[in-house]
Design a protein around this ligand. Sequence first.
Ligand code: DI6
Ligand code: FE
Length: 399
Amino acid sequence: MQCDRLWKNARLATLEGEGLGLVEGGLIAAREGRIVYAGSAAGAPSFEAAEAVDCEGRWITPGLVDCHTHIVYGGNRAHEFELRLAGASYEEIARAGGGIVSTMRATRQASEEDLVRSALPRVDALLREGVTTLEIKSGYGLDLAAEEKSLRAARRIGELRPVAVTTTFLGAHALPPEANGDKDAYIAKVCDEMLPAVARAGLADAVDGFCEGIAFTPEQIGRVFEVAKAHGLRVKLHAEQLSNLGGAKLAARYGALSADHLEHVDEAGVEALAQAGTVAVLLPGAFYFVRESHKPPVELLRRHGVKLAIASDSNPGTSPLTSLLLAMNMAATLFRLTVDECLAGVTREAARALGRLDTVGTLEPGKWCDLAIWDIERPAELVYRMGFNPLHVRVWRGR
Ligand code: DI6
Ligand code: FE
């Protein structure tokens, strides 16, 4: 059988099915960017390839998927971090013009090129660890022009780098100051003006919202989701991060791809997620950085069979993290996820959380040939180490 490229003498974690799908003496064959074979070399058809790579026993996993980031934004919040370490409270910082609104200002001031230029080093850090699919949310523009600019910058990143970028419109992230405290009026603007324009321009693959006391109610987010549905866009939700408002139930009612954070979700919410097949995306970087103490109910999620994904939540305020390897370690250390759950969480389940499991997330024929090839002795090393990157080579669409 003819193919473009072969990876021989590898150990595979295909992530096919439910577990890790481990294969010793593995072989992967790719043609036109897609996998045509991934499995045991012994059982493989004989391939003729233009190029064959000897992996010398290295491990190959699917390319990693970061399914929740806010990686495009202006400025940063290092100075706020400094002020907080010196004892300033969140409220004091917000009153001094800090917090999410300071990132909104910097994002509005930045040009599209500025946003791309400042995001690329962060994106490159993820890519160096084997990320091949990356979700990027808007939500720091909070008006139509700046939200569109952010989403165009996100799309541009997918053109400049060998990575598949999916974009998510997060207009319902926070209330901009010009709304003068009128959340309903801002949500009306999101529904009547911003979301329809973004959808018409083809700038968003999905729609997200921040359902929280400091952001928007389930009722307000529900209005946004109705408009998303009318435009044929799937939804996701920041739910129960700081309190339980019933966001998980709302997400489930709209058949959401994922509900994210979930520190405070209750059993009724978990049941709803399980029923709807909505993925729970855990964000241990944010949990760590804001020094949360209320953990997501992992055992409850497991018991109800909810799929678990892990993401960086890369953002300037609550998770200035650009490492999925560290996110896995944190998910294991802080939330007690197993190695298998961690690896599935940044591959198969993260792909599911983006609605992309048909094309990425596992090593199976027909999917994109996105690979991470690692210098490790066993898969647990990817979760166990902190701050060490054992990536040997990253392959995106067969190259
Ligand atoms: N969840 C968060 O923790 C943040 N946004 C969100 O949806 C906060 C983002 C920020 O402070 O910049
Ligand atoms: Fe987030």
